[in-house]
Design a binder for this molecule. Structure first.
Ligand SMILES: *Cc1c(COP(=O)(O)O)cnc(C)c1O
Length: 429
């Protein structure tokens, strides 16, 4: 039924040498024990959770850490002299240091806590964009961006009479790198691109984009929402100016996330939200702002969620991520081959370098119907535009169905997905 060598070749050259899928040695049974949410039935069937690109599940370690915080440590951070506040502050700042090491930032103060990727990009739009972008300036994004990395820049462009320009993509869903250099002009104030596409799975050559932009002195923001769950990220190696992380995409609770920014840029930026904790002194005549990272962290932060992000990083550090990545690639190759073999299925997004995201359409069947029927089988996928309507337009589809795999998904689950899609086609034919 499958010719693994052939699939692997078409998916990722790095693993061409693996003779057949599932030789990574990844002990997925063991790993699944860490994720309690997976042990349940939905509509009488074991849950098959393939919506990881929307939000990934938390391991027991993250859940336990949240409970411990709420039971033993909860207090407001930074301002208290009392015991609990100091404990909460230590845990919160401990999470920041974990993030710093995880992405290899130079300093912890370059890691600003935000509630997620959307808030993070809005922070950069307000802090950097509204200060440094003026009439006639340009912001460069790509054709595959998530709405979170389009709409804030559009709002900025409208306010400043600036222009949003777009890096085109090819039919496989890969950025046209040759176009990038020409699209960066003396008017470009920022390049904002995603690391990995949530809708296609494409892994973008962000390091190369940064190199091209920096040649012309233009800073680069990387939307890393899908980067950290799948790849080892080193912000100094990429040399990006901003890298935005969403905790719930990387096995942490919702409400957690990070804006990484180079200190000298963050220092020159305007604050985002105004209020408590971000000030040095306030009078009715004038307010002065605190240093990094406090300048960008007004109000009481999402303490429990961010401590959970720290615990998710501890979890990721406890597993073999190279092996996890290989395993995800094997799963992707296997599922791709199974779906591609089904008549009427068309895969959207066939980039050479892909993460374990599999978008597809089925002739004559709306993606929402696929999603609904699969749910009856206990299979959770996503159907829709994946917050990337311009990308859907580029591919001439209103929506796709999307199965996105994490390292806790199994080959059997990929089979269940394919079998269920075959059923869907039977029902509709
Ligand atoms: C999920 C996602 C976002 C938005 O993240 P939130 O945490 O929902 O704010 C942005 N970009 C990409 C690529 C995503 O996958």
């Amino acid at each position: 039924m499958i010719a693994p060598e052939k699939i692997l070749e078409s998916i990722n050259t790095e693993i061409v040498n693996i003779p057949s899928p599932f030789e990574s040695g990844w002990d997925v049974r063991r790993i699944r024990e860490d994720f309690p949410v997976l042990r349940q039935t939905v509509n009488g069937k074991p849950l098959v959770y393939l919506d990881n690109a929307a939000s990934a599940q938390s391991p027991q370690m993250v859940i336990d850490r949240g409970i411990k915080y709420l039971q033993e440590e909860h207090s407001s951070v930074h301002r208290g002299v009392h015991y609990l506040s100091q404990r909460a502050t230590n845990a919160f700042e401990g999470a920041r240091e974990r993030v710093r090491r995880f992405i290899n930032a130079r300093e912890a103060r370059e890691c600003i806590f935000v509630r997620g990727c959307t808030e993070g990009i809005n922070l950069v739009m307000h802090g950097y964009g509204r200060k440094f972008v003026g009439e006639g300036d340009e912001i460069l994004v790509s054709a595959m961006e998530h709405h979170a990395n389009i709409v804030p820049w559009q709002m900025l462009c409208e306010e400043k009479k600036a222009k949003l320009r777009v890096i085109p993509i090819n039919d496989q869903g890969e950025l046209l790198l040759d176009e990038v250099e020409a699209l960066i002009t003396e008017r470009t104030k920022l390049v904002a691109v995603m690391h990995i596409s949530n809708a296609l799975g494409t892994i973008n050559p962000v390091k190369e984009i940064v190199r091209l932009a920096h040649k012309q002195g233009v800073p680069v923001l990387v939307d890393g929402a899908q980067g950290t769950p799948h790849l080892a990220v080193d912000v100094q190696d990429i040399d990006c100016d901003f890298y935005i992380i969403s905790g719930h995409k990387m096995f942490a609770p919702t409400g957690s996330g990070i804006v990484y920014g180079k200190a000298e840029l963050l220092e020159r930026m305007n604050p985002f939200h105004g209020g408590g904790a971000m000030i040095r002194s306030v009078s009715f005549e004038k307010t002065t702002y605190a240093g990094l990272p406090d300048k960008f962290e007004a109000g009481t932060p999402a303490i429990a969620a961010q401590i959970g992000l720290g615990a998710a990083i501890d979890y990721l550090n406890s597993i073999d991520r190279v092996q996890a990545h290989k395993y995800e690639q094997e799963l992707l190759a296997y599922a791709t081959e199974r779906l591609a073999a089904i008549e009427g299925v068309r895969i959207i997004g066939t980039a050479h370098e892909k993460a374990s995201v599999l978008s597809f359409v089925v002739d004559e069947v709306h993606p929402h119907d696929i999603g609904t029927i699969l749910d009856q089988e206990g299979i959770a996928i996503r159907a829709g535009h994946h917050c990337a309507q311009p990308l859907m337009q580029r591919f001439g589809v209103p929506a796709t169905a999307r199965a996105s795999f994490a390292f806790y998904n199994t080959k059997e689950e990929a089979d269940k997905l394919a079998d269920a899609i075959e059923k869907v086609i039977e029902v509709f034919s």
